[in-house]
Design a protein around this ligand. Sequence first.
Ligand SMILES: C[S@@+](CC[C@H](N)C(=O)[O-])C[C@H]1O[C@@H](n2cnc3c(N)ncnc32)[C@H](O)[C@@H]1O
Length: 362
Amino acid sequence: MGIGVVLLLGLLPDLSFAAAFKAQYYTVCPTCDLHPVRGCSLKDNTAPFNLTARRQFAKKHDNLVFGYMQDMAAFSAAVLSVQQLKLGIQGAVGEIGVHHGLFFFALAAAARPCEPLIVIDVFADQQKNIDSSGKGNYNTFRGHAQRFGLTTKIVQQGRNLVGGSAGGPPGTIVTFASASTEVTPSALCAASGHSGVRLFSIDGGHTPEVVYHDLTLLNCVLLDGGLLFMDDYTHSYWAGVQDGVGRFFHLHPNHRLVPVAVVANKLIITTESHHRVYREALITEFRRIGARHVGIHEMKQRLFGWPIVVWDHAPSPDQKTLTERWATLLTTAEHDKARRAKGNTTTRKLATPPQSSWSWLG
Ligand SMILES: C[S@@+](CC[C@H](N)C(=O)[O-])C[C@H]1O[C@@H](n2cnc3c(N)ncnc32)[C@H](O)[C@@H]1O
């Protein structure tokens, strides 16, 4: 190839994935000054999601809320949430792509009364749902939330802040009626009451680009020991999810996330610091409920370099055992004991405090 051709090629725009989404790479996160969740009364065991509602959800969620969730996913969230409480980690709980709220309510059932709840969905703005993954409906979601004693407060519609400062009293779900790509880490940090994010599901857009974006967004605000549930990781109809996740783990220059498990169609992700403790917690609980075909020690392969627990497309444990243990985790001694034991102490830092040179969306 002649030197002229090489030079000419050099002038052409770089059409690679990285270049196309360079503007959305949160390689450098804005500062998110963290402090403990305000108004965390350990005696308050009623809001945002009271015990009766938790039991009701654990036992009958299928009849109450239409959505996409396997019980083992919600069960794993409860197991890991108890571990977080034992470690004194507190922060926001929420979801991108909430639809009618099925998995979100499973996460909210594991939240402390004081912890901020956050959801992001395009809702009525379905032209922004570019791959037609589900169809969120704000009124339906709000109606379900009310049944569980929760209220919703829209703080952003599209790119515009509509609710002034994000946040609200306990039991308020801070709601972004926006595409996730319109939500900045700063806005998410503010919505968390500057507590950072403890437990979050990603189930919005399923294209590689949006998935990559959502991981970079959460990477900026996830606490040490925070957990992400990336939906449809093993769903062959939504191959874009694997693509986006793979690109994130391989291409992102300075993220702090590691995979810890693949359970019931979800990739569970945490920070490197807590990989071992969560992996062991899942192994212990899966054995306890008699889940069969759980890939643990015998698994020689690693995902992005990390050993993972795998429970997927395998025979379920006995449904009664699973539901009872789930309700126990969420409603009784273990959850509340863990909460009381730790009081307000918490892990309040982001592993690599990113310097502010936030440019995306100005
Ligand atoms: C598969 S559904 C979510 C299911 C839900 N997590 C559950 O537990 O049933 C996907 C949702 O993502 C929303 N959505 C699609 N693209 C989005 C985007 N870019 N940002 C935010 N929400 C999006 C859709 O409106 C839909 O409600």
